[in-house]
Write a protein that binds this ligand. Structure first.
Ligand code: AMP
Length: 196
């Protein structure tokens, strides 16, 4: 299958990374997580890594210019020619505008924005467990609460933008992993995205 361009939106801990990997495999497209790319850069102490670390540790969004440049370069790579799935981008109104410009440059368009919905207390508990399992420095409880606040303020309103554009697919993010993937695929199909 070719040409599927998707994004996943939802609060930290909603299961975006897990579903992104499964959907990317299903569609045969790369899953692109800005958070993973930033973490890799921090780990390797690259120039970008040193610029973004303090924002990440504080649970703040990395500045739009750095994030947009990163995605601009990434989706221009050959493996994205037949589609891609964005996980955790765009997160701000200005990132939505930037993405639109990048897609226009490629004469491409977004097929759907998948919103994963999860209750605040559920995601806090999941992230508490992830802090134990993975030791992510931004999964401490106070930083998690801050990230949820940043999501509510800067990212959640974007759901309305995608709804207005007729691109929004909203899925309950609670339940067994396979079941959630099934729900997403069913909702995408209902929205006219070719899923098989
Ligand atoms: P995530 O892995 O998606 O939870 O992202 C972890 C952290 O990376 C966030 O708390 C931000 O500091 C940064 N980050 C990831 N994606 C973005 C984005 N699209 N815009 C700004 N900051 C981001």
């Amino acid at each position: 299958m070719s040409g599927v361009r998707l994004l996943l939106i939802g609060p930290p801990g909603a299961g975006k990374g897990t579903q992104a990997a499964r959907l990317a495999e299903h569609f045969g497209i790369p899953a692109i997580s800005t958070g993973d790319i930033f973490r890799e850069n921090v780990k390797n102490q690259t120039e970008l890594g040193t610029k973004v670390q303090s924002y990440m540790d504080a649970g703040e969004n990395v500045p739009d210019s750095l994030t947009n440049d990163l995605i601009h370069d990434r989706i221009a790579q050959p493996d994205c020619a037949d589609g891609f799935l964005l996980d955790g981008y765009p997160r701000t109104a200005s990132q939505v505008d930037a993405l639109e410009g990048m897609l226009a440059e490629q004469s491409a368009s977004l097929d759907a924005a998948v919103e994963l919905v999860a209750d605040v207390e559920v995601v806090v508990n999941r992230l508490r467990q992830r802090a134990i399992d993975q030791g992510r420095s931004d999964d401490s409880e106070d930083v998690v609460r801050h990230r949820l606040g940043v999501y509510a303020e800067q990212t959640a309103p974007l759901v309305n933008v995608f709804r207005d554009r007729g691109l929004l697919v909203t899925v309950d993010g609670l339940g067994p992993i396979e079941e959630i993937t099934g729900r997403i695929l069913a909702r995408l199909q209902a929205a006219g995205v070719a899923v098989s």
